[in-house]
Design a protein around this ligand. Sequence first.
Ligand code: SF4
Ligand code: SF4
Length: 68
Amino acid sequence: MKQLKITEIDPYRCIGCTACVQSCFNDVLRMKKGKAVIAYGEDCSQCFSCEVDCPRDAVFFGWVEGNL
Ligand code: SF4
Ligand code: SF4
């Protein structure tokens, strides 16, 4: 079954503000070398808090196959 999950954070758009990391209550995201990265994408519950809080529209979602 396909599920909507966070699939990408554009490193060129990301300015490293950490807002998305702080807004994710599922602890999906991490900071790495000054950029946000997806660490545990399978735990994304499609709440869209990270996308709403990102000032740079750097967060993207996609339909992921499987039991993720
Ligand atoms: S959509 Fe929600 S659960 Fe998924 S990564 Fe963003 S803040 Fe976390
Ligand atoms: S909220 Fe957006 S700009 Fe800020 S760290 Fe996350 S992805 Fe980067």
